[in-house]
Design a protein around this ligand. Structure first.
Ligand code: SF4
Ligand code: MG
Length: 323
């Protein structure tokens, strides 16, 4: 299948007074039409930056310093601001942690939905309203005919995120970038919202890049998973393969965070230490100070992603023959 999105060797840097910090290093991956790709890793690993770079919303002074992003066969990393905004409105949707960042408090939910729908589909006012009500119903909002005329503050946090999902789908995007979409919500409704996101995106045929620090969410939702560490992608593969047979020592450590899935995993070592800061990146594999299996060459050279029985991992353990 032709890729919907291709990210090739993407790098992002932040100029600072003390020099340039590389926040993302040569990250490559693709997403197929309708596929759900999870991106997991600790806070600061580069997950949100990758998502922000894709949709042209990197916070200045951060900037793409290398690589290419292709969407539907067209290069998009070099588009101007207006073109990128148009693409974001129509083909690529975004869902952020806090639903209030996506909703305008001054307009009713219906006004916002109808505006988005009419910007993308040739529908008159009553047709667009019917479609908006339908979207609210699909996202599990009770009594959508009444709720459509309410303002965002009249919805609970969970209901608001359902509205945001409806709004993201209103333009029938091909890709939705969802960055920690349930982190700000009550724990009791997080799973519901994730299942909803998965179901409606499947129904609408939208691919999803789901950024989360929660391996449990990945396991339940995604087709493939990409693991990030210190600004690099260290493993990527089909979700079952990565969960049951992770190749990278960092991924193996991460699996300790989903003990309920497999009793054996509970006995795996938790990872000691912390991820290095951008201004103090160790040489070689950035994981080596925390890795119990580090080899001499791990301190010298950065391993590239290579095929390892069913997944791809960036680890010298699996590249003995390359030396
Ligand atoms: Fe550990 Fe070396 Fe693999 Fe890095 S490359 S994860 S330090 S074994
Ligand atoms: Mg983040």
């Amino acid at each position: 299948k032709e890729a919907l999105l291709q990210v090739k060797q993407l790098s992002v840097e932040f100029p600072t007074r003390h020099g340039t910090l590389k926040a993302l290093n040569e990250v490559s991956f693709d997403i197929a039409p309708g596929e759900i790709l999870g991106v997991v890793g600790e806070s600061g690993a580069g997950k949100s930056l990758t998502g922000a770079a894709l949709i042209g919303l990197l916070e200045p002074p951060g900037r793409v310093s290398g690589g290419e992003i292709w969407f539907e066969g067209r290069r998009i990393d070099n588009l101007g601001a207006a073109e990128m905004r148009a693409l974001r409105g129509k083909k690529i949707g975004a869902i952020f942690q806090d639903p209030l960042t996506s909703l305008n408090p001054l307009f009713t939910v219906g006004q916002q939905l109808i505006e988005t729908i009419q910007a993308h589909l040739p529908l008159n006012a009553s047709q667009a309203r019917a479609r908006a009500i339908d979207l609210l119903a699909q996202t599990g909002i009770p009594a959508p005919e009444a709720r459509i005329d309410q303002y965002p503050h009249q919805f609970s946090g969970g209901m608001r995120q359902r509205v945001v999902i409806a709004l993201a789908l209103a333009a029938e995007p091909k890709l939705i970038v969802a960055d920690e979409p349930t982190t700000a919500l009550d724990v009791s409704i997080q799973a519901q919202i994730i299942q909803l996101l998965k179901r409606v995106c499947r129904e609408h045929g939208a691919a999803v890049m789901l950024v989360t620090h929660d391996m449990g969410v990945i396991a339940e939702t995604c087709d493939r998973v990409a693991v990030m560490y210190a600004g690099r992608m260290v493993e990527i593969g089909p979700v079952q393969q990565v969960i049951h047979c992770p190749a990278h020592p960092y991924t193996i450590g991460l699996m300790g965070s989903i003990p309920a899935m497999d009793e054996d995993r509970e006995r795996l070592l938790q990872i000691d230490g912390a991820m290095p800061r951008l201004n103090a990146m160790p040489q070689g594999c950035a994981f080596h100070p925390r890795c119990t299996q580090a080899l001499a060459r791990c301190r010298e050279a950065v391993p590239a992603l290579r095929e390892v029985s069913g997944t791809q991992a960036a680890c010298w353990l699996h590249q003995a023959e390359a030396q």
